[in-house]
Design a protein around this ligand. Sequence first.
Ligand SMILES: NC(=O)c1ccc[n+]([C@@H]2O[C@H](COP(=O)([O-])OP(=O)(O)OC[C@H]3O[C@@H](n4cnc5c(N)ncnc54)[C@H](O)[C@@H]3O)[C@@H](O)[C@H]2O)c1
Length: 173
Amino acid sequence: MVAPSAQTRVENAWWKTRKFKRFYKNIKMLILVTGGAGFIGSHLCEVLLDQGHRVYCMDNYTTGSMDNLSGILHHPKLTLMYHDVTVEKELAFRADQIYHLACPASPKDYQSDPIKTLMTSFLGTRNMLEYAKKVGARILFTSTSEVYGDPLVSPQQEEYWPASSHLFSPTLP
Ligand SMILES: NC(=O)c1ccc[n+]([C@@H]2O[C@H](COP(=O)([O-])OP(=O)(O)OC[C@H]3O[C@@H](n4cnc5c(N)ncnc54)[C@H](O)[C@@H]3O)[C@@H](O)[C@H]2O)c1
């Protein structure tokens, strides 16, 4: 593993300071969560609302459900958007941050319609990146450790180092 540079070490130290945490705690943002009605997305929406942010939850409910959102459905800062991320759309709001989680996660679901899964991964991500660029939002994309190939241990802990660092590259030491 490459050692972090001096500048990165200084930045990391700053992010951990109490001053920064206090400063960050007081910033309220408009946050778009795609796949917000899914397993991870619904919990994330809950946490973000708890932190005082305004949340736009975008989903097409293929694997997610309203039931996952039952605890926050009537929250005044939550806006639900029924939308498929593969479809281009002018969004009429400016998000500060985007958590892009829209994609079926369980093998049974993503294998049931492989072409749709590919479209969601590719077109959906492209659409969200275009939107992020347009409004200057930071975007977090969730993928899967499956891209590193079959893991040697399961479940993988944070310390686990995949056998191959990239799907198409040779294994690193
Ligand atoms: N659950 C895990 O353990 C895990 C681990 C690593 C990575 N991830 C990744 O995190 C993301 C979310 O995982 P999850 O477990 O919450 O899955 P999930 O299936 O519960 O949630 C995905 C959500 O995305 C929505 N969705 C799917 N296709 C869509 C589309 N075209 N347009 C709009 N919405 C769409 C679904 O309806 C669902 O609400 C996935 O990308 C997954 O690969 C999950």
